[in-house]
Design a protein around this ligand. Structure first.
Ligand SMILES: N[C@@H](CCC(=O)N[C@@H](CS)C(=O)NCC(=O)O)C(=O)O
Length: 202
């Protein structure tokens, strides 16, 4: 596994997830920023589809953040695990990962996808997305109550998914965060610090 790792993407939660995973595993990589408006054809040429992140490792090309995290765990065995220490933990990590992708990220995806499609959302739709996001954050705070990580005793893919979604919302200012977010600041930092390209909050 000596081929260099190349990551193509831009500043979104799915790209941050892969950068955090690579940083946590101590794997070096070259970051190739793309312009989301101009470089779609290049992404399609490299990977056969249009979304980022895309990881290139020698002859192997992968897309989808969760697929890439699984590839890293399967192929860089002497690095810290992202999917638990046994199958029971793995099931838990996968449940939390799905929760983060659907429940926590859902309101953000609704708004972002509508904007990209040029659709104007009604005020009630934005209010509804904001409320669903805030409720999801409250649920995350409750999940982390008294725990250092979402599953088990070490950082996992579950933490990476959730923290990167929060970071994206923070950077974009898309939704206001509830005050209870302060309770999980320590957890958030312990995950996001692994992104060596982390952007400062505005
Ligand atoms: N399931 C994919 C989703 C990838 C995705 O939606 N990527 C976004 C950035 S997060 C993208 O490339 N969007 C196209 C655009 O913004 O034009 C993953 O988890 O990586």
């Amino acid at each position: 596994m000596t081929a260099p790792l190349h990551l193509h993407g831009f500043e979104t939660s799915n790209n941050m997830k892969v950068r955090v995973a690579l940083g946590y595993k101590g794997l070096d990589y070259a970051w190739h920023p793309i312009d989301p408006e101009q470089d779609r054809d290049r992404i399609a040429e490299i990977s056969g589809q249009y979304l980022t992140p895309v990881l290139v490792h020698g002859e192997t090309v992968l897309f989808d953040s969760a697929a890439i995290l699984r590839y890293l765990d399967a192929n860089f065995r002497d690095t810290p695990r992202l999917y638990g220490s046994d199958r029971f933990e793995q099931w838990e990590v996968e449940d939390e990962e799905f929760w983060a992708r659907i429940v926590l990220a859902g309101p953000m995806m609704d708004v972002v996808h509508a904007r990209i499609a040029g659709e104007e959302l009604a005020e009630e739709e934005v209010d509804d997305a904001t409320q669903r996001f805030q409720e999801a954050v409250e649920e995350l705070v409750a999940k982390l109550d008294g725990q250092r990580f979402l599953v088990g005793e070490s950082l996992s893919a579950a933490d990476i998914h959730a923290a990167c979604i929060l970071q994206r919302v923070r950077l974009s200012g898309l939704f206001p965060l509830p005050d209870s977010i302060a309770e999980i600041d320590g957890w958030f930092e312990s995950v996001i610090r692994h992104d060596r390209l982390r952007q400062p909050l505005p």
